[in-house]
Design a binder for this molecule. Structure first.
Ligand code: ASP
Length: 348
């Protein structure tokens, strides 16, 4: 045994480990063991790396709650043996997946770093090497023997973000992600610089990791647009078994204030469906009651998503719905930060 940090690399799929099928010209997943062969530089890092892969790696478009719990199971089973985890997934749904994992793991004391790439690892101009190598460095980073990062993060193109604050913004640029409402936790230049005061500190170091594997997937994201019909809203809110809605509203949380629209939402809330108000804007937050067009939403019991991203809101909804909370508790827990996913207080 050495004193070097032990890092577990988990490959679930995605471009980073794909090759081109020259017959069809499409990218497809390949045997993960080749990833290590493709980057001999990994051996130079000051850590011990073990890798594990999904039996059948997936394109992240196929990600779902069952795969979330597979990821969480692997982390739980290896939690004691490793100092940090690097999870490779496709970038397309990485913000959703990493947000969900952040809620599923409570009292986390070790780093979990999600990364991937825009170009396959074998490509000459690939971004995969830097993303992977720096993610491993982040997962290995310790100060006075304690991990610098003790939360779920996403590393891409020289920036380390809190995962549940991120959104994929480009299918083309190497800088594929952003975190509009929260600054990066670290930037990688000549040096890897952590912004200590932004990093989520584990609240109680003696508390054991709590793993929650059950998520409720009877949820929907309803994005408003001018002219959305009553029939569409009504059909969505009447989906049998529906338990939660992330309602993507305009600006600071505004929506049509017509009687018809409001009564459709109110009927849904009266049936026990939780409705979360999230803004379609890329940055800023929901302020219910700021405009007349959000007053009614507040009055009928729509929950305030504040500055949470849609990706994080749907994950938090799926997570909290399993807890069978009273309406008041559900609202209380949704509107406050559980894993740094939203800003608790604003000064207006
Ligand atoms: N389609 C790929 C995926 O999300 C894209 C990527 O890996 O970046 O799995």
């Amino acid at each position: 045994m050495t004193n070097k940090p032990n890092i577990l690399l988990l490959y679930t799929g995605g471009t980073i480990g794909m090759i081109k099928d020259y017959k069809t010209n499409a990218l497809k997943a390949f045997d993960f063991s080749q990833i290590i062969d493709k980057i001999p530089e990994l051996q130079q890092l000051n850590c011990n790396i073990k890798s594990i892969s999904f039996d059948e790696p997936i394109d992240s478009s196929n990600m779902n709650a069952k795969y979330y719990s597979d990821i969480v199971n692997i982390i739980e089973n290896n939690y004691k043996k490793f100092d940090g985890f690097v999870v490779l997934t496709g970038s397309d749904t990485m913000s959703y997946t990493s947000s969900a994992i952040s809620f599923m793991l409570e009292n986390l004391q070790k780093p979990i770093i999600f990364t991937g790439s825009q170009l396959p690892i074998g490509d000459l101009r690939t971004d995969a090497k830097e993303n992977l190598i720096t993610s491993i460095e982040v997962a290995s980073a310790k100060k006075n023997g304690v991990s610098v990062i003790t939360e779920v993060c996403l590393y891409f193109e020289y920036k380390l973000y809190r995962a549940n604050r991120t959104t994929k913004i480009s299918s083309e640029q190497f800088e594929a992600f952003t975190s509009m409402n929260f600054p990066p936790l670290a930037e990688s230049g000549v040096h890897l610089k952590f912004d200590d005061h932004l990093i989520e500190k584990s609240k109680n170091k003696d508390n054991k990791l709590i793993v929650r594997k059950k998520l409720v997937d009877e949820v929907v994201i309803l994005k408003l647009f001018p002219g959305i019909s009553r029939q569409v809203v009504e059909s969505i809110l009447n989906i049998p078994g529906l338990k939660g809605v992330v309602l993507e509203t305009y600006g600071a949380g505004n929506a049509p204030n017509s009687g018809v629209f409001i009564s459709l939402l109110k009927n849904a809330i009266d049936k026990g469906i939780k409705i979360i108000n999230v803004t379609q804007c890329k940055s800023g937050n929901v302020i219910m009651g700021h405009y007349d067009t959000s007053l009614m939403l507040r009055d009928i019991g729509v929950i305030n998503g504040r500055d949470i991203t849609t990706e994080s809101a749907i994950a938090k909804l799926m997570y909290l719905l399993d807890k069978k909370l009273s309406i008041n508790d559900f609202k209380k827990y949704f509107e406050k930060s559980l894993r740094g996913e939203l800003t608790d207080k604003y000064h207006f």
